[in-house]
Design a protein around this ligand. Structure first.
Ligand SMILES: CSC[C@@H](O)[C@@H](O)C(=O)COP(=O)(O)O
Ligand SMILES: [Zn+2]
Length: 259
């Protein structure tokens, strides 16, 4: 296989595959084409590092996938997720079959069929899996199949399903919770069921494990993930303080418009 020595990001040099070289030349001739720095083989390592720094992808847990048209890029399995290299990212087709494996002997992430749920059922542009302690802990504090919260500004950063409509401040935001199993892949059917039952959700919590979150683009997946994690954390703190996250507030006595 041929490689092109190409400048990426902060001036660092790395060997990238031919496909990436094509992307660079397309960028020169067409301003609308995806930016070189937005190539999923670069973005997945970068976003996984951000996830690691947030405590979402430690101990090799968690991961990320990005779709570019019918090309689906996925992280490898069982590796330090914060140290993935661009040439270690797998390329799959629109049905999730691997079409390009890294030269290094690596396995495709165990999350692959769960990532595919977000692509096939919601036409997502990116999906991530987080092992955040907040996602884990809310699944223990909310018994049954739903995490619920209302009257929080950050819920406005989350869209209703695949629509462009965001949740309103006074909507009830619900995230379905599925029970964990011993092997990640065995979560596929129950995640699909949860997505069918909750068409407005862009996340599925896995009890005692973490959460899957997706969006129409990698940017939407990232910002929605930040909003969901914020809401999980504040709900935990509210419960610790004896406050009820799914209770709409009454008159709290603050200043409102003049009568
Ligand atoms: C701490 S190991 C966690 C894994 O078993 C799994 O839950 C996970 O999130 C990552 O799976 P992987 O196949 O490494 O991408
Ligand atoms: Zn996991």
């Amino acid at each position: 296989m041929q490689f092109a020595e190409t400048d990426i990001n902060n001036g660092e040099k790395r060997k990238l595959e031919n496909g990436t070289e094509d992307l660079v030349s397309k960028k020169r001739n067409n301003r609308d084409v995806i930016s070189y720095n937005d190539h999923p083989k670069l973005l997945i390592p970068k976003l996984c590092k951000l996830m690691y720094d947030l405590g979402w992808a430690t101990g090799t847990g968690g991961g990320m996938s990005i779709r570019d048209g019918s090309k689906i890029y996925m992280a490898p399995s069982g590796v330090q997720k914060e140290m993935i290299q661009p040439e270690e990212v797998f390329l799959c087709n629109s049905t999730g079959e691997v079409v390009e494996s890294p030269e290094k002997k690596l396995k495709l992430t165990e999350c692959a069929p769960l990532f595919m749920n977000a692509y096939t059922m919601r036409n997502a542009g990116a999906v991530l899996h987080s092992h955040s302690k907040f996602a884990n802990l809310v699944s223990l504090l909310f018994k049954g199949p739903e995490f619920k919260i209302t009257h929080q500004e950050m819920q406005k950063g989350i869209k209703k399903g695949s629509t462009t409509n965001p949740f309103k401040y006074n909507d009830m935001l619900i995230v379905p919770i599925i029970e964990n199993v011993c092997h990640e892949r065995e979560l596929t059917n129950r995640m699909r069921r949860a997505m069918e039952m909750y068409p407005e959700t862009n996340a599925v919590i896995v009890r005692r494990h973490g959460v899957y979150i997706w969006g129409s683009t990698w940017q939407a997946a990232k910002s929605q993930a930040e909003c969901y994690h914020y809401l999980f954390e504040i709900a935990i703190e509210m419960k610790r303080l004896g406050l009820n996250p799914d209770q709409p507030p009454g008159n709290e006595g603050g200043i409102t418009d003049a009568d």
